[in-house]
Write a protein that binds this ligand. Structure first.
Ligand SMILES: CC(=O)SCCNC(=O)CCNC(=O)[C@H](O)C(C)(C)COP(=O)(O)OP(=O)(O)OC[C@H]1O[C@@H](n2cnc3c(N)ncnc32)[C@H](O)[C@@H]1OP(=O)(O)O
Ligand SMILES: CC(C)C(=O)C(=O)O
Length: 484
């Protein structure tokens, strides 16, 4: 990294390059906007609007609200699995599948049967045992190649559950030119030919439905992707009774989430046979906005969301289904999935993926219900006291009462967590947090003056050690302070 001492600022706007609604501020470069030009080779990249036409629509999504859960489809056993250094073997696949069933998922992508014997055998296991409850739809994934489609159809023979066969092909210009070597017409023929193969090999099976994903949807010309989707729903004779799933992936995130929402709303409002299509999305997280993309896509008309638990998946991952569902829960909307033992869910997923969940991961990380800082601890302590008092006054159980404890977006108890780690003490803490810990752990309730005096002792200790002080150490310090 090199640094430059040159201060470059625009003489007309404090936000060069940002098109602010208020327009440029006219009085030249203010001192608070002096930033140095970086040495990053940003000129090598093009913005999304240069790379693909983004449809201009009279968009409705910004004024809509999320009022219900979409259809959830975990793809951990396929998209998540293909991103692991050590793909899951039979034991890990089975354990992950059982977890997802126990949590309440009723549609699960279980693998890519033509990719490996393990994937094929897992689908056979589902065919030959009662591992999958009868209301769980089994999704299998295949590219548009006849030999691989045959292998996929062989894998599902005898399954009595509902089955979805999911066909994919990349459709964006760079993939057409560089990867597949096909122009638009030739690619259309490849996809329709695979669609015909599926009809021939599995169209007669009453429990089977079809899904199509134009991979890299977000970089595909809107007229072309619409034409392809309409052609496939016509070929597969989509009806409301036997709908086709059209899954529009952000295979690699390319833009701010509002762009994805516009692209989805365009498809939602222009697709033929709309009542015979389940509109699905499959965001990845390259820009760190997978969750926002999924949420805005649902506002824009998507009915189904594919993703992975805790956001495993290629590169930066698939969209995180845990965060999406618990975001709904935190808005008072039933996520339709059971997260009442988040730590058991996390342990199982960590075991199966062999990847740890980050301590700051929304809702599930070790530190997400913990405050170290004084003013936050003070607010939480007061919030807990108010919660208890309100529950008693209203004669409602604390677990049922409306939640409004500051700094805790949801009650950790909803996820099966205790309040033990909510307040932890270090040099950033204050008297409120220290008093909370002493009272919660040892029943020692200090009057305000004593809290202030003891907090000074604790501050001196934590400043000297630079470390966290545990509840037991706090008590020791308290007792020595009493003696001294
Ligand atoms: C965005 C996604 O998640 S897509 C899913 C990606 N997942 C995986 O690839 C995991 C499983 N994949 C595999 O096991 C293998 O790649 C297989 C079995 C599918 C194919 O294996 P191989 O025959 O060895 O081919 P290879 O892996 O090199 O794949 C590239 C070939 O597939 C073609 N191809 C790529 N996507 C598709 C598609 N959707 N439909 C048809 N052909 C495709 C490429 O053009 C290339 O063909 P070419 O060899 O004629 O140039
Ligand atoms: C093909 C689709 C579903 C996919 O996995 C992706 O685009 O990431």
């Amino acid at each position: 990294m090199t640094t430059s001492s040159t201060t470059t600022t625009s003489s007309t706007t404090p936000f060069p390059g940002i098109d602010t609604p208020a327009g440029p501020i006219p009085h030249g470069a203010p001192a608070w906007n002096r930033q140095r030009r970086s040495q990053m080779p940003s000129h090598r990249y093009r913005d999304a609007h240069t790379r693909v036409e983004v449809p201009e629509i009279p968009r409705q999504w910004p004024s809509r609200r999320l009022t219900g859960a979409p259809l959830w489809v975990p793809v951990d056993l396929r998209d998540g699995n293909q991103a692991l250094a050590e793909p899951m073997g039979p034991e890990r696949k089975r354990r992950f599948f059982e977890l997802m069933v126990a949590m309440g998922y009723t549609e699960i992508e279980v693998g890519y049967p033509s990719a490996s014997q393990t994937d094929f055998d897992f689908v056979r296991l589902l065919a030959e045992t009662d591992l999958a409850p009868s209301d769980v739809t089994i999704v299998v994934f295949t590219p548009a190649r006849r030999d691989l489609i045959e292998r996929t159809v062989a894998a599902i023979q005898g399954i009595t559950n509902p089955v979805v066969i999911h066909l994919y092909t990349a459709t964006a210009p760079v993939w057409r030119e560089v990867v597949l070597g096909k122009d638009r017409a030739a690619l259309t023929e490849l996809i329709l030919s695979a669609g015909r193969d599926l009809l021939e090999l599995a169209g007669h099976l009453p429990n089977v439905r079809f899904q199509f994903s134009p991979e890299v949807f977000t970089l595909t010309e809107p007229d072309y992707v619409l034409e392809l989707c309409d052609a496939i729903t016509e070929l597969w004779r989509a009806t409301p009774e036997r709908p086709v799933i059209l899954n529009l992936p952000a295979t690699v995130e390319i833009a701010t989430p509002n762009v994805y929402a516009d692209q989805i709303e365009y498809m939602h409002t222009h697709l033929a046979r709309r009542d015979s299509v389940i509109l699905s999305v499959h965001p990845h997280n390259d820009r760190g906005t997978g969750v926002a993309c999924a949420e805005l896509a649902v506002l824009a008309g998507a009915q189904r969301v594919e993703g992975c638990l805790f956001g495993n998946g290629e590169r930066t991952g698939n969209v995180d289904l845990v965060t999406l569902a618990l975001n709904l829960h935190a808005q008072g909307v039933d996520p339709m999935i059971d997260f009442s033992d988040i730590d058991e869910i996390r342990r199982t997923v960590e075991h199966c993926n062999r990847i740890e969940v980050h301590p700051r991961h929304p809702y599930a990380g070790d530190l997400v219900h913990t405050a170290f800082s004084g003013t936050h601890q003070d607010a939480i302590k007061k919030g807990f006291a108010e919660h208890r008092a309100r529950a008693a006054a209203e004669g409602v159980s604390e677990r049922d009462l409306e939640w409004r404890v500051p700094y805790l977006p949801i009650d950790p108890a909803d996820l099966g967590r205790s309040y033990d780690a909510v307040i932890r003490v270090n040099s950033q803490s204050g008297k409120g947090g220290i008093a909370y810990l002493l009272e919660a752990e040892f029943g020692i309730a200090l009057p305000r003056e004593a809290q202030i005096a003891f907090a000074r002792r604790v501050q001196a200790h934590t400043d000297a050690t630079g470390a966290e002080i545990t509840a037991a150490e706090l008590r020791e310090l308290f007792e020595s302070a009493q003696l001294g």
